[in-house]
Design a protein around this ligand. Structure first.
Ligand code: G4P
Length: 511
């Protein structure tokens, strides 16, 4: 049984993801001082204009990987691979792809605010991919909402059973600790020692209201059932405070104990199991120019099967010939390290010069093709207007690069010379303009495009050619040369769908 736990934290900005990440890393001994994650973040942010956007807006645009280890209750070492997801809704596409690379997720909810629409969307993606969720209700040390209300909301939204694993005593100003249902112990925020408070009959210092509530919660909700959790039918709920490092141990122990080890991944009709007889993996993220002085480009591979050894030759599906992986990177919280070996469930960074693209499968035998990494139809489309027309070539290169990275999608209209970029959220456009200038020395402006959305077209050659001849003004090719219908409105899409039953208009495209 694998000791890897590869997971992501999903939350609304400000719910406490950064604080919780830091406390998880502290528990794993990966960092030694609270504040290191933030401090590192700031160093990183200072590096380029692109990072400046993060700084100005106080958000995290890039997602990264953090690996740490910790012994479980039997003293065995568990390796945790925590994939950070950008908290900003404009980066949902990036987030979606990150979620394809994890086996489980922790959903962080701000006790005072409940579930926000953003988290709801992320949850739906988890659902779609049957990623099981552990819920962490954070900030119980603040004036919070009624915990029952929060539980009901989680149950309603997720349409699944919730199973509280403990209960906060006196939320808000009167916060005193958390009763752990399994052990019956109450842990208090002060110090590491757990203090048993017991039942109200035995201990009259427990406020009456709390004792009643805790009892109601314990009998009113289903017991934890690991199978139901792993099937995505139930979420265990932990209460805590990331800031006070409280309830975090319980959370990490739950991940070690219950979260699924590396899962099989879909490859067409097949499922590739972790013990499949060769190394396989897929690229879910490419990050270029992390250091503008070196033009480095790192592809993040989720390993699906086998034991990877440094120097090994793997064939990327997009390239068709093997490449030797000499400097694979493992991302320990404090540092990057060269990886000598890696197992199924691990994430390794592969430095490259553009040979690896999001959606590529890497394997020893070049027979597997992983599926399920979609592009999403853009919700905002803009024309790119060059300020200096002699820079056309550089612009095309930059747009191709950035679309490979997944920052934007690019469309080349069949008529007219102006490139069109598509994004899911506004912030991606700011990142685009800023990176064009900082990394490619291309000054560009974005102007309104006469289109509202795009659909990938599929059908037999004759039907496609016919459609193409009539609709050239509304057609473009994407980065791969695939035909895309540029629609003026959702109505326009529906109209064409009805008029052309022999064609498929798709809002997503497999990468
Ligand atoms: P994010 O990554 O999800 O965006 O959230 P982050 O951890 O940055 O936390 C957002 C704010 O909430 C921070 O306050 C943080 O200190 C606070 N916070 C996180 N967890 C808890 C908790 O359990 N209890 C309480 N009371 N607060 C919590 P800030 O004022 O925005 O930043 P800072 O000045 O504390 O750095």
């Amino acid at each position: 049984m694998s000791n890897r736990r590869t997971f992501a934290i999903i939350s609304h900005p400000d719910a406490g993801k950064t604080t919780l990440t830091e406390k998880l890393l502290l528990q794993g001994g990966a960092i030694h001082l609270a504040g290191e994650v933030k401090a590192r973040g700031q160093q990183r942010r200072a590096r380029s204009d692109w990072m400046k956007i993060e700084q100005q807006r106080g958000i995290s645009v890039t997602s990264s990987v953090m690996t740490f280890e910790r012994a479980n209750e039997n003293g065995e070492i568990v390796t945790f691979n925590l994939l950070d997801t950008p908290g900003h809704e404009d980066f949902s596409e990036d987030t979606y792809r990150t979620l394809t690379a994890v086996d489980s997720a922790v959903m962080v909810i701000d006790a005072a605010k409940g579930i926000e629409p953003q988290t709801r969307k992320l949850f739906e993606v988890c659902r779609l991919r049957s990623v099981p969720i552990i819920t962490f209700v954070n900030k119980v040390d603040r004036e919070g909402r009624d915990p029952f209300e929060t539980l009901d909301e989680v149950a309603d939204m997720l349409a699944l059973d919730v199973s509280p694993q403990g209960w906060p005593i006196g939320m808000g100003g009167q916060f005193e600790g958390i009763l752990d249902f399994a052990s019956g112990e109450v842990s208090r925020p002060e110090g590491p020692s757990k203090e048993f408070l017991g039942t109200r009959e035995a201990n009259p210092t427990i406020p009456e209201e709390f004792a009643e509530e805790a009892e109601l919660a314990q009998v009113g909700y289903p017991e934890f059932d690991e199978e139901a959790y792993r099937n995505g039918d139930l979420t265990p709920v932990y209460f805590g405070s990331a800031l006070k490092n409280f309830g975090v141990t319980e959370l990490i122990e739950a991940i070690a104990k219950h979260a699924p080890p590396p899962r099989p991944q879909p490859a067409g009709e097949e499922q590739i199991e972790p013990d499949h007889g060769e190394v396989t993996g897929f690229i879910f993220k490419v990050q270029a120019n992390m250091d503008p002085n070196h033009r480095d480009r790192i592809a993040f591979m989720r390993q699906v099967s086998g034991t990877f050894k440094r120097g090994m030759k793997l064939t990327p599906s997009g390239l068709g010939k093997p490449i030797a992986i000499h400097s694979p990177i493992l991302f320990f919280a404090q540092d990057r390290e060269i990886a000598d070996t890696a197992e199924a469930g691990d994430i390794i960074g592969i430095p490259n010069h553009g040979t690896l693209r999001v959606g590529d499968t890497l394997s020893e035998k070049d027979q597997v093709r992983f599926t399920g990494l979609p592009n999403f139809a853009p919700e905002i489309l803009r024309r790119v207007q060059l300020k200096d027309p002699t820079k056309t070539k550089q612009l095309r290169k930059a747009l191709d690069d950035l679309s490979e990275e997944g920052v934007i999608q690019v469309f080349y209209p069949e008529i007219g010379a102006q490139h069109i970029v598509g994004v899911v959220g506004q912030l991606q456009l700011d990142v685009l303009v800023s990176r064009l200038s900082a990394e490619y020395k291309v000054e560009a402006a974005l102007e309104a495009a006469p289109f509202a959305t795009a659909r990938w077209l599929k059908g037999d050659a004759k039907a496609m050619a016919e459609f193409e001849s009539f609709n050239r003004a509304n057609l473009a090719k994407d980065r791969d040369g695939d035909l895309v219908f540029m629609a003026k409105s959702p109505w326009d899409v529906n109209y064409q769908v009805e008029k052309n039953p022999e064609l498929a208009f798709s809002a997503t495209k497999e990468r």
